[in-house]
Design a protein around this ligand. Structure first.
Ligand SMILES: Nc1ncnc2c1ncn2[C@@H]1O[C@H](COP(=O)(O)OP(=O)(O)OP(=O)(O)O)[C@@H](O)[C@H]1O
Ligand SMILES: [Mg+2]
Length: 165
């Protein structure tokens, strides 16, 4: 187990609050970071990814649809840097990411990876892990835990905070 250099938990009470939290993270990211989104079906990984990517596109003066890469596995975007949006739901085994070229993408562009825990052993050191968990009995709430074991990433993202700690 590697040690966390940064960890925070936030509770969001709506899709919009999750999107706002993702926008905060977007502003703190650098061009070769990896954001690994973790959480069960319907937890909000795509809501988070879409808000994060659209914030980066908006900053570069672009407005685009952000379709789910569930079938294509990868969608690419050009913002202040290149972005790969990856959804590994349909990945049968971790080695398939070699065919996707994902290991080359790590380290050369910003990668936002839904179901990132499916390739946990391949995630690079500069990964930000974002876990979304439903709250029993609170249909529109999520607990979001953000952590990284990378000091350089931690220094950039340590200012983010949810509306309810
Ligand atoms: N606080 C919240 N944050 C995020 N999404 C929320 C929240 N409350 C309700 N939702 C709803 O939960 C759903 C999340 O769907 P989303 O597609 O983002 O999940 P997912 O984790 O990507 O699922 P899948 O694994 O099936 O792709 C959306 O319908 C969204 O409106
Ligand atoms: Mg999804």
């Amino acid at each position: 187990m590697t040690m966390d250099k940064f960890r925070c938990r936030a509770k969001t009470r709506s899709e919009e609050e999750t999107a706002a939290f993702a926008q905060q993270l977007a502003a703190a990211l650098a061009e070769t970071d990896v954001v690994a989104l973790v959480g069960k079906v319907g937890s909000g990984k795509s809501v988070f990814a879409r808000a994060l990517i659209s914030a980066l596109l908006a900053e570069a003066g672009r407005v685009e649809d952000i379709p789910s890469p569930t079938y294509t596995l990868v969608q690419t975007y050009e913002a202040r840097f290149e972005i790969w949006h990856v959804d590994l739901y349909r990945l049968d085994e971790p080695r398939e990411i070699l065919e996707l070229g994902l290991q080359d993408a790590f380290g050369s562009m910003l990668c936002v990876v839904e179901w990132g825990d499916r390739i946990a052993e391949f995630l690079p050191g500069n990964t930000v892990r974002v876990e979304l968990e439903p709250v029993p009995g609170c249909w529109n709430s999520r607990i979001i835990t953000v952590n990284t074991s990378c000091q350089a990433v931690a220094a950039r993202i340590e200012g983010i905070q949810g509306s309810h700690e």
